[in-house]
Write a protein that binds this ligand. Structure first.
Ligand SMILES: Cc1cc2nc3c(=O)[nH]c(=O)nc-3n(C[C@H](O)[C@H](O)[C@H](O)COP(=O)(O)OP(=O)(O)OC[C@H]3O[C@@H](n4cnc5c(N)ncnc54)[C@H](O)[C@@H]3O)c2cc1C
Length: 364
């Protein structure tokens, strides 16, 4: 059996960013991917913040996989609407399959090895005692090493449709619990005439009923060109790193990305946090407890704030959501978010600068 300093399982963004970081630290890495290539099948909308993509550009030049630039977001309640508009692109719609293949290409160019078509599910397949589980929301590595569970998931559906969004540079987000209870719905323009339309629902809710409601609201009758269903984890695991002794050998196991539940519970976005935590997992692969401490120090508060907001949205009825939107507009929160809003790192908004921005907004 070929062995390495670090064995990374899963060649999504978390696994590839993890592998390339380990390689750059001078480690011998083996990356295993169950599919025959990186970037397929795609289970993602590919909406990523401009600030996030900037932080990932040492690996992927996002301009090479950008489909559309987003400068506006229309947040819909049942009847009320809240619009955010920015002078520069706040996010990009990327071709997610291409993003992953470009990352894999960069890893290969830097000398990285990936074994495709290899699904890792047992101890005998592990190629190192330092393991990074980046194997997505239903992680085999988490199961193999008895990690504490992810306690909250939502079930999602998305299709690509011939559909003209109201504006080519605006995403439409639906916060209506009568349509997508326990999560959100979205219409993300790819170009003037095509959009990714999807939604998620909480546990025990009816996804196919939700899908019908959204398509009927948007008056879409045509079939999608490509559609899928998938799970999004909405909370991090209590522990994302363990050092168990198995058959007399000490293993260092770190989980990152969806496998760890490092996803924004507001929107389901996980590319940025997964890739950044993947990098941290690689830097501390021999000391997983330190990895668990470091990622929580850096991003734990952000993910917690996303989670609090999710719990807040989930507690509202459709009418309550409308009332909330009215209140936010009255308090000029839309203007504040346009000036100081962050898409990923919400903790950056807990600053004196934001307070100053709010004072400016209120006195305008
Ligand atoms: C409907 C939907 C829309 C989304 N939209 C967005 C969005 O707009 N923006 C955003 O940032 N995020 C979005 N996400 C979330 C995003 O797709 C994930 O957070 C991201 O893919 C996580 O990356 P990852 O590398 O951790 O996991 P994954 O991308 O799931 O990669 C895991 C990899 O591991 C492989 N694998 C799994 N098990 C094994 C095994 N046992 N052995 C070997 N290989 C294995 C899989 O084949 C896969 O390649 C969306 C998700 C869904 C479901």
């Amino acid at each position: 059996m070929k062995t390495a300093d670090i064995h990374v399982i899963g060649a999504g963004p978390s696994g590839i960013f993890s592998s390339i970081t380990a390689l750059r630290e001078g480690k011998e890495v083996i990356l295993s991917e169950e599919h025959t290539s990186a970037g397929a099948p795609v289970h993602c909308s590919g909406l990523v913040s401009a600030s996030g993509l900037e932080q990932l550009k040492d690996v992927v030049d996002y301009k090479k996989c950008t489909l559309n630039s987003i400068t506006k977001a229309n947040m819909h309640g049942k009847a009320e609407k809240f619009t955010l508009s920015f002078p520069l692109p706040k996010a990009y719609v990327i071709d997610r399959g291409k993003f992953d293949s470009l990352a894999m290409q960069k890893y290969a160019d830097e000398g990285g090895k990936c074994v495709f078509g290899e699904k890792i599910t047992s101890f005998s397949q592990l190629k190192s005692t330092n393991i990074i589980g980046a194997d997505g929301p239903i992680s085999s590595i988490a199961r193999l090493f008895n990690f504490p569970p992810i306690t909250s998931y939502c079930g999602c559906w998305q299709g690509e449709f011939k559909y003209s969004c109201p504006q080519k540079d605006a995403v439409e987000v639906y916060f209506n619990p009568e349509i997508s209870p326990g999560f959100i719905g979205w219409a993300i323009p790819i170009d003037e005439t095509h959009a990714k339309i999807g939604l998620g629902v909480g546990k025990n809710e009816n996804l196919s009923h939700a899908k019908k409601s959204l398509l009927s609201k948007l008056e879409i009758k045509d079939a999608p060109t490509h559609e899928f269903g998938a799970l999004i984890p909405l909370s991090p695991r209590k522990k994302c790193a363990l050092s168990p002794i198995v058959a007399g050998k000490k293993f260092n196991i770190s989980l990152c990305g969806d496998a760890a539940g490092q996803v924004k519970a507001t929107s389901g976005g996980g590319i940025f946090f997964g890739a950044m935590c993947g990098r941290l997992a690689a830097m501390h692969a021999q000391n997983p407890a330190l990895y668990d401490k470091e990622w929580r120090k850096k991003y734990g508060m952000d993910l917690l704030l996303h989670r609090f907001l999710r719990l807040g949205f989930d507690s509202l009825s459709a009418d309550g959501t409308d009332l909330g939107i009215k209140a936010l507009k009255l308090m000029k929160f839309d203007s504040l978010l346009m000036e100081a809003g962050q898409m990923d790192e919400y903790s950056k908004m807990l600053s004196l600068n934001t307070l100053n921005a709010y004072m400016r907004v209120l006195t305008r």
